[in-house]
Design a protein around this ligand. Structure first.
Ligand code: DC
Length: 218
C-alpha cells in the first residue's frame, strides 16, 4: 500500500513550499494538483476555447492528456507530451483555472482519475483543494493548511517585490479573498477542510515549524 499525505488549503497558504519539503524529507513524490488544473486551463486557452462556453470546455478537455514526470526531483507537467511548466504561473492561466476549468465536472473527473492513479502507485504528498475530501478520502495524513488573508497577501507581495514586480498589497489581498470565495463556494469539489483533517494555521509559524508539525503527524 502506498502512503498518502494530503494537504489542502487556500491559495497562498504555502502548500507547495511545505509539501515539497515534506516529500523530500520522506522520499515521496510531490504532486501539485493545481499545476494540473493550470495545464488544462493553458490547453483550453491555447485552443481558443471560449471560457464561458461550458460544453466547449467539456468537449475540448477530452483532448488534453496531462501527465506528470520528475526530472531531478522536480515535477514536470506534460500536456500531450510537451513540458508546459513555463506557462503555468501566468496570470491568465491562473484566472482560467480558477474561474472556469476547475469548476467544470468533466475536467475534474479527468484530473481526479489521474491523481488517484499517481497516489495508488507511489507514496505521495499531494496538495490542492479537494485532496482530503474527494481525491484521497482515505489518505494516511490529512492537513488543512491556512493563514490569514493579510499574511498570505504579505507573503505574495514580498515574493513579487523580490522579483522586481511592482504591485499593490491591497489589490493582492482583494484578489486572494475573491479566489477563496470562488474556491470555497463552487458547487463541485469546493475547498473545505475534511472532517478528519488537522488544521494548521501558518500565520505565525515558520516554514520549518509547519514541516515539522506535518512530519510529526506521519
Ligand atoms: O493551487 P493553484 O493556485 O496552482 O491552483 C490553480 C487553480 O486550480 C485554483 O483556482 C484552484 C484550482 N484547484 C482545484 O480546483 N483543485 C485542486 N485540487 C487544485 C487546484
Amino acid at each position: 500500500m502506498s502512503y498518502q499525505i494530503a494537504i489542502d488549503g487556500p491559495a497562498g497558504a504555502g502548500k507547495s513550499t511545505i509539501a515539497k519539503k515534506v516529500a523530500k524529507s520522506k522520499g515521496y513524490i510531490y504532486v501539485d494538483t493545481g499545476a494540473m488544473y493550470r495545464a488544462m486551463a493553458y490547453f483550453l486557452l491555447k485552443e481558443g476555447v471560449d471560457p464561458t462556453d461550458t460544453s466547449a470546455i467539456e468537449e475540448k478537455c477530452q483532448e488534453a492528456d496531462i501527465t506528470i514526470c520528475y526530472e531531478n526531483g522536480e515535477q514536470v507537467v506534460l500536456l500531450n507530451g510537451e513540458n508546459v511548466n513555463a506557462y503555468l504561473r501566468r496570470e491568465e492561466v491562473g484566472n482560467m483555472a480558477s474561474h472556469h476549468s476547475s469548476a467544470n465536472p468533466k475536467v475534474r473527473e479527468r484530473l481526479t482519475a489521474l491523481q488517484k492513479e499517481l497516489a495508488r502507485t507511489n507514496d505521495v504528498v499531494m496538495d490542492g483543494r479537494d485532496i482530503g475530501t474527494c481525491v484521497l478520502p482515505g489518505a494516511d495524513v490529512k492537513v488543512y493548511l491556512t493563514a490569514s488573508t493579510r499574511v498570505r497577501a504579505r507573503r505574495r507581495f514580498d515574493e513579487l517585490q523580490e522579483k522586481g514586480v511592482s504591485c499593490d498589497i491591497r489589490q493582492i489581498e482583494e484578489d486572494i479573498a475573491s479566489r477563496d470565495e470562488e474556491d470555497m463556494n463552487r458547487p463541485i469539489a469546493p475547498l473545505k477542510q475534511a472532517e478528519d483533517a488537522v488544521l494548521i494555521d501558518s500565520s505565525e509559524m515558520s516554514i520549518e515549524e509547519v514541516v515539522k508539525a506535518i512530519l510529526d503527524l506521519c
